[in-house]
Design a protein around this ligand. Structure first.
Ligand code: NAG
Ligand code: NAG
Ligand code: NAG
Ligand code: NAG
Ligand code: NAG
Ligand code: NAG
Length: 252
């Protein structure tokens, strides 16, 4: 299932555009709740302990925290960590992410590597480890939103579209209008955790026994674990894979 976490995780010069988010509330909470539903018992204990939350939605509760955090005074440094902007053209022309696409200030790949290391670093205080966990839960959602890993039109935030008559932009439609429509909710609906559990349960079932069952193996296999270097964009994908290797092994 960690495969769905990885598939689900990537986002932000897209986010240099004001007000733009990677996934909306439903998307981020759903990614977190699907991830929760596949964690091993030992992992659940660790995550709940780091987050100091033993409720049934312990990951869902913090899934949108990073979007609020980056808007707070003095926290703008984190905005660029929600995405990566490969400069060599959008898919289908190209789908290659080069190390140079990750700027000095960081990107979603370097951030996932950094916070994966930090959440496991017991020398850090509990608040720093909790922050790292919250960043990981959010950025794994971001990295799986395809418009957070391509640069064209700043993640196609620059293109006005109509989704079922609702005027928005292409990026926002992917973030919010389309996921909301999967539950027959309006693009402007206020999302509850019950909404997100509903979509997460549908996806969990599709992965375990439904239309995505056939895909699980192919989602998992491209991840070759070789090395781990938190400062290298090339190696951070491997660092991510390492983090979830235990669950993947379980899955396959
Ligand atoms: C954990 O949560 C409990 C109850 O919400 C709270 O009383 C406690 O201070 C929290 N602990 C830490 C370390 O934040
Ligand atoms: C890792 O995260 C910490 C805390 O946000 C930050 O201070 C540090 O600069 C980051 N390091 C890298 C290499 O991204
Ligand atoms: C959006 O951005 C792309 C390239 O980044 C550009 O080619 C296109 O003209 C822009 N569209 C609008 C409506 O500005
Ligand atoms: C969402 O909640 C806000 C604040 O409670 C409210 O003003 C708004 O009307 C609600 N939107 C919808 C579509 O229900
Ligand atoms: C699942 O596998 C089928 C058959 O190979 C393929 O057509 C489909 O695009 C895949 N879906 C996903 C979400 O990977
Ligand atoms: C990735 O990690 C390997 C092994 O630590 C190292 O040899 C290689 O130079 C790293 N690649 C980059 C681009 O830093």
């Amino acid at each position: 299932m960690k495969s769905s976490i990885i598939t689900a995780f990537a986002s932000t010069s897209l986010f240099a555009v004001s007000g733009v988010q990677a996934w909306g509330v439903l998307g981020h909470q759903t990614v977190a709740l699907v991830a929760q539903s596949f964690l091993l018992p030992t992992t659940i204990k660790k995550v709940q302990s780091v987050l100091n939350d033993t409720s049934s939605s312990y990951m869902g509760n913090v899934a949108t925290w990073a979007d609020q955090f980056r808007s707070q005074p003095g926290q703008g440094w984190s905005a660029g960590l929600h995405y990566i902007d490969p400069l060599d053209g959008p898919p289908p022309e190209s789908c290659v992410i080069h190390e140079m696409d990750c700027p000095a200030g960081g990107c979603v790949l370097s951030a996932l590597a950094n916070y994966t290391a930090r959440v496991q670093d017991t020398k850090l205080d509990v608040a720093d480890r909790a922050q790292a966990m919250k960043f990981i839960i959010h950025f794994m959602g971001d990295i799986a939103q395809p418009l957070h890993t391509e640069e064209w039109g700043q993640g196609v935030n620059n293109l006005t579209v109509f989704f079922k008559g609702y005027k928005t932009n292409m990026h926002a439609a992917w973030d919010t209008s389309i996921p909301n429509s999967m539950l027959s909710l309006a693009p402007t609906a206020n999302i509850t955790m019950d909404n997100s559990f509903s979509l997460a349960d549908q996806l969990h079932t599709a992965i375990k026994s439904g239309e995505y069952k056939q895909n699980v193996t192919s989602w998992v296999h491209p991840w070759h674990i070789k090395a781990r270097n938190p400062y290298s964009a090339e190696n951070t994908t491997e660092a991510i894979a390492t983090t979830f290797a235990q669950e993947r092994t379980q899955l396959v």
